[in-house]
Design a protein around this ligand. Structure first.
Ligand code: HEC
Length: 472
């Protein structure tokens, strides 16, 4: 997408993840069109990426191109001047819908920005754009211009104003499912906000390597290290399976999922909707959302299920196991059970099947006593900034890992002795821990160590005083 890159500010586009790539596409063999779902820009913050403003075509857009020549045919931009990471890479579904007395060939998408779109897929004409989740950034889409009408606070990033949907979107990557029999689209949605903060530190205003260039203040994201953090997160974060009527532009039913991790959806001609989520795999009635069946899978089920038949027998299969950005960066929101050990496997079901998925026997142990803090308050403060910028993306915001990487609060005294070798020289690089020697100085790595020790000791003391309270 050269065109988009050329309108941007200086060097940024070379550095970030995401950027100018499209991430999803779908092909219509009759119209001979390929539809590209285009992602966000890098850095996210438009004020830095594109100080002159503008729509920044074709970011956050669906672009239709001729399948033979690749030539542009039409586009629809879901988030002009994107600054929230509102990608339009989400799953796109082609369908023939009865629309005001005629059959229209449509393309449907629930991108991150919270609006459900129905477009005529031959021409790109906008047919419907209704909010499928809570939003604070726009009031509605102006059907004459096709553009969202932003609220006054849409671009207020003071670290306090809550933006909904968050950068994770009202719908992330897990695929939705359209059922032509019910006429409904089943969408795994999220309700979660974010408090963006304009960058205050030079590190966040210039492109940097070894770092997630968002153009926002990454140190702002710290979750408080409280014993009841899981409940706090739970109260502000929820996932819903939404049955959306694309013609009426409204929800027919909603199923609450608790935490955010609702996985991809499958709907069947037998009037069922299958979905995995936080530790269960479920079958619902496609018409009204009634829960018909569920099975404990003892881990998060994120992937969409599939169904197939073999020798006349129908099966439903699902790959289970947690992972992805949420588990890495936001452990507290991604799962909340008593183990950090993943259980990745494929589960296959049939009517009358009797096998049971064995439970995860690895139980989370109490925190061991960490080595003492030996640094100063200044070191700890610096260490926190460096950690949030370079490490939290894998080891968890405020050290709350979801279990994909080691919990640094549990790092042993022996491992602390080789800290510089691990962090700067890449001692564990083959285990997925890159060496940060080019990006983080020896003093900074030591400051991170002191921050880690500080958080570990605080968490350990909380754990021990809770034990005392229960024994008194
Ligand atoms: C790209 C993801 C990623 C990033 C970013 C990252 N780590 Fe790691 N880290 C890992 C993984 C994966 C392991 C486990 C490696 C292994 O066991 O072989 C690990 C292991 C470690 C360990 C060993 C812990 C133990 O108890 O065994 C330390 C210490 C560590 N990382 C510190 C850091 C610091 C400090 C930063 C930031 C400067 C950082 N990491 C950034 C992925 C990452």
């Amino acid at each position: 997408m050269e065109m988009a890159a050329q309108t941007w500010n200086g060097e940024w586009w070379k550095w970030g993840g995401g950027g100018t790539a499209w991430d999803s596409f779908v092909f219509d063999p009759n119209l001979n069109l390929v539809y590209l779902g285009v992602g966000n820009g890098s850095p996210w913050n438009q004020k830095l990426r594109s100080p002159g403003g503008g729509d920044n075509l074709f970011l956050a857009s669906i672009v239709a191109v001729d399948a033979d020549t690749g030539e542009y045919v039409w586009h629809y931009q879901t988030a002009p001047g994107d600054t929230w990471d509102y990608t339009a890479t989400q799953h796109m579904i082609l369908a023939d819908l009865e629309w005001q007395g005629e059959t229209r060939k449509v393309i449907m998408q629930a991108p991150k920005n919270g609006f459900f779109y129905v477009l005529d897929r031959a021409t790109g004409e906008l047919l419907s754009a209704e909010p499928y989740t809570a939003m604070t950034w726009a009031t509605h889409v102006d059907m004459a211009t096709g553009k969202p009408v932003e609220t006054e606070t849409a671009r207020v990033f003071d670290g306090e104003n809550v933006t909904l949907p968050s950068n994770a979107g009202g719908h992330n990557w897990p695929p939705m499912s359209y059922n032509p029999d019910t006429g409904l689209v089943y969408i795994p949605t999220l309700q979660v906000g974010i408090q963006f903060k304009e960058p205050t530190h030079e590190r966040d205003t210039k492109p940097a390597q070894g770092y997630w260039n968002q153009g926002f203040d990454r140190t702002n994201y710290v979750l408080p290290q409280l014993p009841n953090i899981d409940e706090i997160v739970d109260s502000g974060v929820s996932g819903q399976l939404l049955a959306w009527d694309p013609v009426a532009g409204e929800a027919r039913w909603k199923g609450n999922l608790g935490r955010v991790s609702g996985g991809g959806v499958l709907s069947t001609a037998g009037n069922l909707v299958f979905q995995g989520h936080h530790d269960q795999f479920r079958a619902l009635n496609a018409t009204n959302g009634d829960l018909l069946w569920s099975d404990e899978v003892h881990t998060v089920a994120m992937a969409p299920p599939i169904t197939y038949s073999l020798d006349g027998q129908q099966y439903v299969a699902i790959a289970v196991g947690f992972g992805g950005g949420l588990a890495a960066e936001a452990g507290a929101v991604s799962h909340g059970w008593d183990t950090d050990a993943n259980m990745s496997r494929v589960l296959v079901y049939k009517l009358g099947g009797t096998a049971e998925a064995p439970a995860n026997e690895v139980v989370r142990q109490p925190l061991p006593e960490p080595p003492p803090v030996t640094g100063t308050q200044e070191q700890i403060a610096l260490g926190q900034q460096i950690f949030q910028r370079h490490c939290s993306v894998c080891h968890g915001d405020g050290l709350r890992t979801g279990g994909l990487t080691p919990d640094l609060k549990r790092t042993s005294a022996g491992t602390h002795e080789v800290w510089q070798k691990i962090v700067r020289e890449g001692l564990l690089q083959y285990g997925g821990m890159p060496g940060f020697g080019q990006f983080v100085t020896e003093q900074e790595a030591e400051a991170v160590r002191q921050y880690v020790l500080d958080v570990a000791n605080t968490a350990y003391q909380l754990q021990e005083s809770a034990k005392l309270e229960t024994t008194q």
